[in-house]
Design a protein around this ligand. Structure first.
Ligand code: PLP
Length: 474
């Protein structure tokens, strides 16, 4: 790699080259054992004589920062003495706004555990790596990755078409490719929608308990977030506070409690939007996995006036690390959403989008989802069965037939007691989350149990350990 050296306006050229290389060595920008640029090459690049460069190099060698090897070049010395490495940490004068103090580092949440009941993780062991690798490597042929210029911010044309077709078939959503914007997951889709629709200070409402990363995203955008309570039919529409401009909901499979929003409530929410001029974001993050019950029409399908933006994700059906999601927008928002995507990151990586388009078009996506649905259905049944048989005195399972997790409400244990049980179970290698994680003001106590990551054969043992923790807590 070329070391940055600037000689503009400098006089002592050899001294300047020496000082800038020495600083790069001290700061570890050039590592121990690395080769310094060849003298002839550096002289040409800096438009100086080769002798000037050699004088600088001789000085570095003389002071022990580098050593010359005849015939092969000059290398940064190994084992520099501590005095030769004064680390200058910059003074910490810049301060982030207060809102960034409460955002947890998400990497710590996903360390490997033995019995993994954490929600929202698909089974990465069963991903069709071979087929995906083949499709990805095909995208790196020249015409596929494009001309060298940037791509369309709305997304790869083939993928937008495949998504429009996919949501049409699987969710009954009428969408044209032009309605679709490909995003880096749900997270970015909601970010773009909020930026396009809401000025800082606007009020948004979401389910409470609800999905933390989106709540924090809204706060980071300067929005005022209200939590709306839930009952068995989902979000209680009458409890949406006045002056709310946008409601974010997960009607197919409420996150985290798991119930489906009733048709009556869906109609009431649309009526709220019509009455107040509000907007709705419908987060349909995992409804490809349905194990029973009758699916209700998505809000998007019931919406006549164009007030709903539908958001989907490939994080559960494929892998969250692909960072692939999408939104389906009403025509009035097409252009601003594409503009917002352009300003955010121009577009999502084209090779991944193109591979996903082929994955869907070749029928591999439908096959993978079918296969995983059968596997997850078995786990869902196994966990529900064990919880109803052996945890009946402690927990009541919230009926749910969709997705990768289920919720169980504590019969007697308080919020603090359940938090303690979860902490205790984690010391035994069993990871699940207390309901309190997702509530702005923890009131209902209970557990969220995911089954995307846990192996079928571990479920019974893991739950037996969890049961021991309940018993020990009294
Ligand atoms: C409610 C909800 N929405 C969306 C997602 C997926 O987000 P993304 O597409 O950004 O990975 C999750 C993942 O856990 C979720 O729980």
């Amino acid at each position: 790699m070329d070391v940055h050296i600037s000689l503009i306006g400098r006089h002592d050229l050899a001294g300047e080259i020496y000082r800038q290389l020495r600083a790069a060595i001290i700061d570890d920008r050039i590592r121990e054992g690395d080769a310094l640029p060849a003298t002839r090459e550096l002289a040409t690049r800096l438009s100086v004589s080769r002798t000037t460069v050699m004088v600088a190099y001789d000085r570095l060698v003389g002071e022990g920062f580098a050593s010359a090897r005849v015939g092969s070049g000059t290398f940064v010395s190994r084992n520099l003495r501590p005095g030769q490495r004064p680390r200058h940490a910059p003074r910490a004068v810049l301060r982030a706004r207060r809102i960034w103090e409460n955002v947890p580092d998400p990497t710590g949440m996903w360390a490997a555990v033995e019995y993994d009941f954490r929600p929202g993780i698909p089974d990465a062991r069963l991903f069709p790596y071979e087929a995906w690798r083949r499709l990805m490597s095909r995208q790196f042929r020249r015409p596929e990755v494009g001309s060298g210029a940037y791509g369309d911010p709305a997304g790869h044309a083939g993928l937008r078409e495949a998504i429009a077709q996919h949501v049409g078939v699987s969710r009954g959503i009428r969408a044209e490719p032009g309605d679709v914007v490909v995003t880096n997951g749900t997270q970015q889709a909601v970010d773009l929608i909020a930026r396009v629709l809401l000025a800082p200070g606007s009020r948004v409402a979401m389910e409470d308990p609800g999905y933390g990363p989106i709540r924090r995203l809204f706060i980071s955008l300067g929005l005022v977030v209200a939590g709306v309570p839930l009952d068995d039919e989902g979000l209680i529409v009458d409890a949406i506070p006045p002056q709310t401009s946008l409601v974010y909901v997960s009607p197919s499979h409420q996150f985290p409690l798991g119930m489906s929003m009733s048709l009556r409530r869906r109609m009431a929410l649309l009526a709220w939007a019509n009455r107040t001029g509000g907007a709705i974001i419908e987060d349909d993050y995992d409804s490809e996995f349905r194990y029973g019950g009758r699916p209700l029409e998505p809000l998007h399908q019931l919406d006549i006036d164009g007030r709903v933006v539908y958001v989907g994700s490939f994080s559960k059906t494929m892998l969250p690390t692909l960072r692939l999601g999408f939104l389906v927008a009403p025509p009035s928002l097409h252009a601003p959403l594409v503009a917002a995507k352009f300003l955010a990151d121009w577009h999502s990586p084209l090779a991944v989008q193109a591979a996903m388009a082929r994955f869907i078009a070749d029928g591999l996506f439908a096959r993978h989802v079918r296969r995983m649905r059968t596997i997850y259905e078995g786990r869902h049944a196994q966990i529900t069965d064990i919880l109803t048989r052996t945890f009946a005195d402690h927990l009541r399972v919230v009926p749910s037939f969709v997705g990768l997790h289920l919720a169980a409400l504590a019969r007697e244990a308080t919020v603090d007691r359940v938090d303690e049980i979860v902490r205790r179970s984690s010391t035994m290698g069993v990871a699940c989350l207390p309901l309190s994680t997702f509530a702005s003001v923890p009131s209902r106590s209970g557990l969220i149990l995911g089954y995307g990551a846990i192996n079928d054969l571990q479920i019974a043992d893991g739950l037996a350990l969890l049961r021991d923790c309940f018993d020990a807590a009294g």
